[in-house]
Design a protein around this ligand. Structure first.
Ligand code: ATP
Ligand code: MN
Length: 255
């Protein structure tokens, strides 16, 4: 129909490359005008060589595999039209880093994308294993691809682990929450087995999805941190790990 034709025309005109039909098939329902324009900017700047297939279709964003300059990259494209705008606004208001943005939907999604980039960067610099962020441009975040041969690493939720591996992953996650709070000045605020990937080469955790992460100054920071702690403890309880949530909270917050 008309919408698809106009997308095709832009893809041609702007010379955005797609690796295969699979990558092309999804384009009408996931790429809007903004996303296409931004992909064009990224390819002109040689950050993006060709778009590959879709890795994940989410409520707020879709994640794609793509060819970067040298390596595979992950391209997370936030939706502008159907994103859950209200919950984004709630996290951004109250964060002193975003007090000057205009509150239109588009501006909020762009700010959110920049926020995820900055959060990942700060986490990375604090020594937390996260996807290395490459660039944030409008509603697109480009980052290190976590996986092997074009296949993403599994989420913790879907990874089979034994007792020993559970203990190692758990203690690494505690170390990361502490580093996030103490060194990056961040609380993840959506931490669970769904936002932790497992590097299957060494069975170590990688924390992802940091758009909503906030600083400890946020009015709901304490509530978010307690929720993160409870999610993690709930997951690991089945491996016999029985840490007291209050003790864990204290050890993260008081250095
Ligand atoms: P949803 O709306 O479904 O919650 P989301 O907005 O939470 O999506 P993410 O959690 O950041 O988005 O990513 C969605 C999925 O994409 C992840 O569960 C993971 O499987 C995959 N993914 C995210 N980032 C990367 C990456 N850098 N490399 C490989 N796969 C990734
Ligand atoms: Mn997620």
């Amino acid at each position: 129909d008309k919408k698809i034709r106009s997308i095709d025309e832009k893809v041609d005109r702007w010379r955005i490359k797609f690796k295969d039909d699979n990558a092309l098939k999804v384009k009408e329902d996931v790429f809007d005008e903004y996303a296409l324009k931004t992909l064009y900017t990224l390819s002109k700047r040689e950050i993006l060589q060709a778009m590959g297939g879709i890795i994940s279709r989410g409520k707020e964003a879709n994640v794609f595999l793509a060819d970067g300059k040298e390596n595979e990259i992950a391209v997370k494209i936030y939706r502008i039209t159907t994103s859950s705008f209200n919950s984004m606004e709630e996290y951004i208001i109250g964060d002193p880093r975003f007090k000057n943005i205009r509150h239109t939907k588009r501006e909020i999604v762009f700010a959110w994308t920049r926020k995820e980039y900055r959060n990942l960067k700060r986490a990375y610099e604090a020594g937390v294993r996260v996807p290395y962020p490459i660039i944030a441009e409008r509603n697109i975040l480009v980052m290190e691809f976590l996986g092997k041969d074009g296949i993403s690493y599994p989420l913790l939720k879907y990874t089979e682990i034994d007792q020993k591996q559970a203990e190692d992953i758990f203690s690494r996650l505690i170390e990361y929450m502490h580093k996030l709070y103490q060194e990056a000045n961040l609380i993840h605020a959506d931490l669970s087995e769904y936002n932790i990937m497992i590097d299957t080469d060494n069975m170590s955790p990688i924390i992802i999805d940091m758009g909503q992460a906030t600083t400890p100054e946020h009015p709901r920071a304490k509530e978010f941190l307690i929720r993160d702690i409870e999610n993690i403890l709930k997951f690991f309880r089945r491996y016999g790990i029985d840490t007291d949530p209050d003790d864990l909270y204290t050890s993260i917050v008081n250095d």
